[in-house]
Write a new protein. Structure first.
Length: 279
């Protein structure tokens, strides 16, 4: 059974990568089908761009940088990071799809979409982005000051080093995940409907979150050290956050606002005046 676990871990890794990757298609496709972004806000795709850019950079460092990997080993009992190649491919793909989706809001005329509210990021989201950039910059300055101190050599196990910059960039993704769903949850609450927000992206995201946590647990078990989990807090938190927020959206769609959303076909059949009133 133990010999099968590495195969199961790899399988879970690629399946959750596929599920999470596919989750980025339903929303832009729905927007394109409706020729509108009404019912959704620009906050979610915009902050996703920042989050997945940070996730991509941190995964690259963990996977390819000898310096970062050696510093990680010094701080985590000689273990290597649990980042896999599929994490990198997922992050890059997610970044590209997030950029495409964001363009549907920020560059609406190029897509030929109808005018709708919420096509610019809120001050809350722009503040999160600015604060994240400031946090990474401060970390870089601290590391630069530490590594240029001539009094003693830097010990990665206890001192500030390049690994902390990578962690800071990774924590940007964590912060984004903690806040990015909130504007859409509030929008659904105000509209008393999930119309315009694709539930398929949520269902695929839920599958990805479950399998991501399962893979992380298997990898740590195989290493006989749960610092494989604690040493990659971003991946752990991503899976848990996905489960919590996905559950909220599923409750909104299937329980709270069930039957309160019109299909696109119904909308097209309504007189223009009634359609404006419902929107």
């Amino acid at each position: 059974m133990v010999a099968f676990l590495p195969v199961l871990s790899a399988l879970f890794g690629w399946v959750y990568t596929l599920a999470w990757s596919l989750s980025f298609y339903p929303q832009p496709l729905l927007n394109w089908q409706r020729r509108s972004t009404s019912g959704t806000t620009a906050d979610f795709p915009t902050i996703n761009v920042v989050g997945f850019a940070a996730y991509f950079v941190s995964n690259l460092a963990f996977y390819y940088s000898p310096v970062v990997r050696s510093q990680y080993a010094a701080r985590h009992n000689g273990l290597t990071p649990t980042v896999a190649f599929n994490d990198i491919t997922f992050a890059l793909h997610a970044l590209v799809l997030s950029l495409i989706t964001t363009s549907q809001y920020l560059l609406r005329p190029l897509w030929g979409f109808e005018p709708s509210p919420g096509t610019r990021p809120s001050r809350f989201v722009t503040g999160i982005i600015a604060g994240s950039a400031l946090g990474v910059l401060i970390t870089c300055l601290i590391v630069a000051t530490t590594t240029t101190t001539p009094s003693s050599s830097v010990d990665p196990a206890t001192d500030w080093c390049e690994l902390d910059i990578v962690y800071a960039v990774g924590y940007v993704k964590l912060l984004v995940t903690l806040v990015k769903y909130s504007p859409q949850i509030l929008a659904n609450f105000r509209n008393k409907s999930t119309r315009g927000w694709s539930i398929w992206q949520i269902l695929l995201d839920l599958i990805g979150g479950l399998l991501s946590l399962a893979q992380l647990g298997i990898d740590s078990y195989l290493q006989h050290d749960w610092s494989g989990v604690t040493g990659n807090p971003v991946k752990l938190a991503l899976g848990n956050c996905s489960l919590v927020f996905d559950t909220i959206f599923i409750v909104q769609h299937y329980l709270l606002y069930r039957g309160k959303e019109d299909s696109d076909e119904e909308q097209r059949l309504l007189p223009e005046e009634d359609r404006r009133h419902r929107d």
